[in-house]
Write a protein that binds this ligand. Structure first.
Ligand SMILES: Nc1ncnc2c1ncn2[C@@H]1O[C@H](COP(=O)(O)OP(=O)(O)O)[C@@H](O)[C@H]1O
Ligand SMILES: [Mg+2]
Length: 375
């Protein structure tokens, strides 16, 4: 076992899988935690949005976010026996926000905040709050120190970097820009024709209430009042999260696909991570097309026409995809130097059970390699 992710699994205590939606972040995160456990580290994967079958094979109930130990019998049935236990959990945003409020807010204010309408939309829907709360959960899991390895899957955001920004956003929010932040989605949607506003200003208050109603405005004001005393705690929390991200215990795993659009995104994101001085353990390129093995050509040659022609045409197409991927990969490797690329093939089936996670993990830690990786 060699390679950048094998060392990250033994040397880091926090791995954060980032990348745009659908590239395989959840798959990679779960595979890494499983391999971490196999290496003797008590591991947890905090997943976001796992496919139902994957959640089932991790032993997760459909909706709970409890930390769940993967059953030994389940592992044994998959032919696996990690040296340390592996845990899995699903990130429940709303609950994590509520826990945070319960921890940080003074008792007498908690109920007022929890039942506030603005708080409720903040904690379940607004831009940036998902990222922030994933960071918060990460911090909690890390601080608990009974896990030696925490692998964080991240929400499917359009802008993967919202992540790094999340603690900053929270700080902005506390710097009295809360109203603007809260209402940004509404502003963007053109529901509020205001560029800038100051909650205290009566003109602004009149404008907002014109669109949202006096009651909503009161809710917002009430929310601001309730959280106002908590600024320093939030600020400290955001600082700690940011420090954890930048610390030597944390590394990012950038997940991407081999197609052209994905590659540009990956390069962009990699650059941003490096600019922010974040450690990038590796760029995982998932669903890479493998070159067609010679054996397949030989087998195809044994077929009789017209089947032979059809099969050979398919093999040619696969070879074209593989060589397109190889060109893209070479560019990506160049652009992300010195960060290493780790390639995972496109499997014929989804990665939804423990054996498939294990197999994926084999490519991640360098036990298995695509032919393209050695060229
Ligand atoms: N290398 C692969 N080969 C085949 N299917 C894959 C591969 N990686 C991921 N998948 C499947 O693709 C889907 C999306 O993967 P997922 O990890 O949920 O992506 P993300 O978390 O980035 O949205 C899942 O059904 C998963 O099982
Ligand atoms: Mg996912």
């Amino acid at each position: 076992m060699t390679g950048p992710l094998a060392s990250a699994l033994t040397q880091r205590s926090v791995l954060i899988c980032v990348g745009s939606g659908g590239v395989g972040k959840t798959t990679v995160a779960a595979s890494l935690a499983l391999r971490g456990a196999a290496l003797g580290r008590r591991s947890i994967v905090c997943t976001v949005d796992p496919a139902k079958r994957l959640a089932n094979s991790l032993g997760l109930e459909e909706l709970g976010n409890a930390e769940t130990r993967i059953d030994d019998a389940r592992l044994a049935a998959a032919g696996l026996g990690p040296r340390s236990p592996m845990f899995a959990m699903m990130l429940d945003m709303k609950r994590t926000w509520d826990e945070l409020i319960s921890k940080l807010a003074p008792k007498e204010k908690q109920e007022r905040i929890l039942s506030n309408r603005f708080y409720q939309s903040l904690s379940s829907a607004l831009a940036g709050s998902q990222e922030y709360i994933a960071m918060e959960k990460l911090w909690q899991l890390h601080a608990r120190s009974d896990y030696q390895l925490v692998v964080l899957d991240t929400p499917p955001t359009a802008h993967a970097l919202d992540f790094l920004d999340a603690p900053n956003r929270l700080l902005d929010f506390l710097d009295n820009e809360a109203a603007r932040w809260l209402l940004t989605p509404a502003l963007a949607a053109g529901k509020l024709g205001l560029k800038l506003f100051n909650l205290g200003g009566s003109y602004v208050a009149r404008q907002i209430s014109k669109f949202t109603g006096v009651e909503t405005l009161q809710q917002l004001a009430d929310f601001m009042l309730a959280v106002s005393g908590m600024n320093e705690d939030f600020r400290e929390r955001a600082r700690q999260t940011r420090d954890l991200l930048a610390s030597g215990s944390t590394a990012f795993v950038l997940v991407t696909g081999p197609t052209v659009e994905r590659l540009d995104e990956a390069v962009h994101f990699h650059t941003l991570l490096r600019q922010n001085e974040m450690a990038v353990a590796a760029v995982v390129v998932n669903r890479v097309h493998e070159p067609v093995p010679d054996l397949w050509w030989r087998e195809a040659a044994k077929l009789s026409p017209p089947l032979r022609g059809k099969v050979e045409k398919t093999l040619e197409e696969l070879d074209v995809l593989a060589s397109q991927d190889a060109i893209g990969l070479a560019k990506l490797a160049e652009a992300c130097r010195p960060t290493a690329l780790v390639l995972v093939p496109r499997f014929p089936l989804d990665v939804h059970d423990l054996p498939a996670l294990w197999r994926t993990g084999g490519y991640l830690v360098g036990d298995a390699q695509l032919p393209a990786a050695s060229s």
